[in-house]
Design a protein around this ligand. Structure first.
Ligand code: NAD
Ligand code: 6OD
Length: 486
């Protein structure tokens, strides 16, 4: 049986307690590894290693040299592409096509983009009139924030973890990562890549474990952690924010969503259906940016629903390496119970089940997996839990609307504010509607497309702060003003 250990100060180490937990492949329920469960002792060691690295070679390394090393990390991920691919697919069950196109390339790109970016950050300066004819020069020094706690989720494990580790290290910080207990593999493998790239010991540390009363909570409570960046559920964000309040530590949060798509009657319906298919069902619906509410202008409502149904029914489920599959399982049986409880609630609230709504019949070797059917509903009242709460499964509700104002009101009627997608061929309408949606990211005639130099994050209960491009500098660095009397 494979064993996954913590990565602390450049070495793989087991837990002092000797405790382990199972890493399960959700496609067939098999235990694929024993994972060491970190406690206070491992968090203390990892934070101490990160602090020592911060005070040592890494803390004083010029940005250009850091950038060179991070390029080597990106190269290392690419060179070991197949190992990362297998690790990610076994942990999550996701189809290899998706991991090949998105997860692993972005795992590498997240280092490259920020390595390039930090070499070109300008310094702000002002000349101040001092009234005596001599003046003063003010200039701003950007410093790393320090030791960063990174807490990441299971849906896009390598992508979302490196999305934080890349900029953190590029800005000169050191990190302690607590990956999701469901998906420990790729964070562990990245330790080997860090060593091979020559990243100094203690810069990148990983402690495995759970959230409350475990490694996650101990990391967020640790007094020597200077900032916490977290991606996950809004409820968890609340708990982490309380922990971070002790010691007044900064947080950066990417949280849940209940994203809407708006399909106007003037949309290219083929594109709108294809895009909505991806946004509702990609990664088995486990994408924070995914669409769970679709509002369609009444004249094209029936046609849209019929075409979306055909699309959902054409998805092919199977083992990650099977040719032609594009739909995997949910991440765990626990998550399946949650998703199926919403499938039941939808029916109880009077939904019409257009397709799906249950558990598919899988072949024998996959029968113990966390499979659910892609599901489409219509006919629910807007106050149904299925429309108000994030499900994080392969499902969406489709409702008709009669005016632009109504569509905007419906899309904004949620405590979340992460993303939205507009489908229209009317450019003026697109520019008019997009800024009226209370979201951090609004697509027009696309979904998931993104330039990594742009700000990423959510409004309302979908997050705090923006990461991406220079916007991440706000969290990953501290500014000091130097004022020199001339
Ligand atoms: P989660 O909040 O359950 O767990 C995320 C991480 O937090 C895990 O590593 C977990 O162990 C840890 N954790 C849990 N409780 C903790 C605590 N009290 N203290 C410290 N750490 C704790 O989320 P998940 O189920 O892994 O991921 C799915 C959720 O993540 C969905 O809500 C989804 O919308 C959200 N998400 C958001 C984004 C975004 O960019 N906005 C991206 C991906 C996922
Ligand atoms: O593309 C990204 O950088 C990003 N953070 C995507 C988030 C997807 C959520 O599941």
């Amino acid at each position: 049986m494979k064993e996954i250990k913590h990565f602390i100060n450049g070495e793989y180490v087991g837990s002092e307690s000797g405790r382990t937990f199972d890493d399960v492949n959700p496609a067939n329920g098999e235990v694929i590894a024993k994972v060491h469960e970190g406690g206070q002792a491992e968090i203390d060691r990892a934070v101490a290693a990160a602090r020592a690295a911060m005070n040592g070679e890494w803390g004083s390394m010029p940005a250009a040299r850091r950038s060179e090393l991070l390029h080597k990390v990106a190269d290392g991920v690419r060179e070991r592409f197949d190992e990362f691919l297998e690790a990610e697919c076994l942990d999550t069950g996701k189809p290899r096509g998706m991991a090949c196109e998105i997860d692993i390339p972005r795992g590498a790109a997240n280092f490259k983009v920020f390595a390039d970016l930090v070499k070109n950050v300008p310094t702000e300066s002002f000349h101040t009139d001092t009234g005596d004819g001599r003046g003063a020069l003010n200039y701003v020094v950007r410093k790393p924030r320090g030791v960063i706690g990174v807490i990441s989720p299971w849906n896009l494990p390598l992508l979302l973890m490196t999305w934080k580790v890349g900029p953190a290290l590029a800005c000169g910080n050191t990190v302690v990562v607590k990956p999701s207990e469901e998906t420990p593999h790729t964070a562990a493998l990245l330790g080997e890549v860090m060593n091979a790239a020559g990243i100094p010991k203690g810069v990148y540390n990983v402690v495995h474990g759970f959230g409350p009363d475990s490694a996650g909570e101990y990391l967020t409570r640790h007094a020597d952690v200077d900032g916490i960046t977290f991606t996950g559920e809004t409820r968890t964000g609340t708990a982490i924010m309380k922990a971070a309040a002790e010691g007044i530590r900064n947080v950066s949060f990417e949280l849940g969503g209940k994203n809407a798509a708006i399909v106007f009657a003037d949309a290219d319906l083929d594109k709108a259906v294809e895009g909505t298919m991806r946004s509702a069902f990609a990664n088995c619906g486990q994408v924070c940016l995914g669409t769970e509410r679709v509002y369609v202008e009444r004249p094209v409502f029936d046609d849209f629903v019929a075409r979306l149904k055909t699309g959902a029914e054409s998805l092919t489920m199977g083992w990650w390496q099977d040719p032609g599959i594009n739909f995997g399982p949910l991440v765990s049986q626990e998550h399946r119970r949650k998703v199926l409880s919403y499938y039941d609630k939808a029916v109880a609230d009077g939904a019409t089940v257009v397709t799906g709504g249950g558990v598919p019949q899988m072949r024998d070797d996959l029968a113990a997996g966390a499979w659910v059917q892609p599901t489409i509903w219509t006919g629910l009242p807007e106050d149904s839990a299925v429309i108000q709460e994030e499900i994080f499964g392969p499902c969406c509700h489709v409702a008709p609307f009669d005016s632009e104002e109504e569509a905007i009101r419906l899309a904004n009627d949620t405590p979340y504010g992460l993303a939205a997608a507009l489908w229209t061929e009317n450019l003026s309408r697109a520019h008019r509607v997009a800024p009226q949606l209370d979201v951090g990211l609004c697509w027009v005639n696309s979904w998931f497309l993104r330039d990594l130099r742009t700000p990423f994050g959510g409004s309302k209960q979908s997050g705090i702060g923006r990461e991406g491009g220079v916007h991440g500098l706000e969290f990953y660095t501290e500014l000091s003003n130097v004022c020199v009397k001339l």
